[in-house]
Design a protein around this ligand. Structure first.
Ligand code: SF4
Length: 236
């Protein structure tokens, strides 16, 4: 099957809470977050897609049966692809725990893959409070924000494991914005504040932005505790 797989990381311990996982990267994204580190995937032109044959990955997974706990589908934005359910189905057939990373712009696809039990864990980025100007600045796009809200609702009522996460980039977000996002996620099981890294960013001017300190991020975490059940800082 010609899935648009651009990259494959056979071993990672950081994407699935310390459990051994591999990562499949699908290229292309409908966002242009200025702080994105996946320029090659996001800006890939169509004729360069499909560099890693799925058969190769499937063979690897069969050889490592019992060792690899999970497969993470990242990108880019995986929900852009109509073939995503077929890819997830092929992975579930191999008995794997499947996690998907998404920017939440395709609630219809999310609803479908959750309903069909093709995914075990969803990690969704919430880039900014749902305010057009702020979301535009953080995502580099003019997305309909009702799609983001719809995805949040679907995930929170899905019954599967999930997390929402925000990369906390100075110049784009401050602590008041983080509180607004946490209010939006009221009652969520897990909210992750991700440290921003000023390396190899899509917009090169962001390489000059100084990240918040670990203490500043911890203070933000303390501000959102009342809204979500668990809040973590990642990449301090
Ligand atoms: S949603 Fe943003 S950070 Fe994620 S891959 Fe697309 S451009 Fe990069």
């Amino acid at each position: 099957m010609g899935y648009p797989i651009k990259g494959f990381n056979p071993h990672t311990f950081i994407d699935c809470e310390g459990k051994l996982a591999c990562v499949i990267y699908l290229s292309g994204c409908n966002f242009r977050c200025p702080y994105c580190h996946s320029k090659a995937l996001v800006c890939e032109s169509d004729n360069e897609l499909g560099k890693v044959p799925f058969e190769q990955i499937e063979l690897f997974l069969q050889e490592k049966e019992g060792w690899i706990y999970a497969v993470v589908i990242g990108g880019g934005e995986p929900t852009l692809y109509a073939q995503l359910p077929a890819l997830l189905n092929d992975l579930k057939r191999n008995g794997l725990f499947v996690k998907i990373d998404t920017n939440g712009t395709n609630p219809q696809m999310l609803r479908h893959i959750i309903k069909e039990k093709l995914v075990d864990y969803v990690a969704m980025d919430v880039k900014a409070p749902l305010e057009p100007e702020k979301y535009h600045k953080a995502s580099g796009s003019n997305i309909d924000l009702s799609l983001i809200k719809e995805s949040i609702d679907i995930i929170m009522h899905s019954g599967i494991e999930y997390e929402f996460r925000t990369t906390v980039v100075p110049t784009l977000l401050d602590s008041a914005d983080i509180v607004k996002i946490a209010r939006l996620l009221r009652g969520a099981e897990k909210y992750v504040l991700q440290q921003f890294s000023p390396k190899d960013t899509l917009d090169i001017s962001f390489m000059q932005v100084k990240p918040y300190t670990a203490d500043e991020l911890k203070k933000m975490r303390s501000l959102v505790k009342e809204f979500v059940k668990n809040c973590f800082v990642r990449g301090e």
